[in-house]
Write a new protein. Structure first.
Length: 53
C-alpha cells in the first residue's frame, strides 16, 4: 500500500511541476473505468457494463 501512495504522490508531483493539471481528470476516469471492469467481471451486471463500451 505504501508503494501505491508513493506512485500517486509521484504522479501528482509530475502534474504539478509540468503544470499539466488537465491530465488529472483523464487519469482518474481511466482508473475508475478499469476498476469498474475488474470488479464487475463475473457478476450479473457484467453484460450491461460491457454494452457501455
Amino acid at each position: 500500500m505504501e508503494s501505491f501512495l508513493e506512485l500517486v504522490r509521484d504522479i501528482w508531483d509530475f502534474l504539478k511541476t509540468r503544470k499539466k493539471y488537465w491530465l488529472a481528470p483523464l487519469i482518474i476516469t481511466i482508473i475508475l473505468m478499469g476498476a469498474l471492469i475488474v470488479f464487475t467481471q463475473g457478476s450479473v451486471v457484467a453484460p450491461f457494463i460491457y454494452s457501455i463500451f
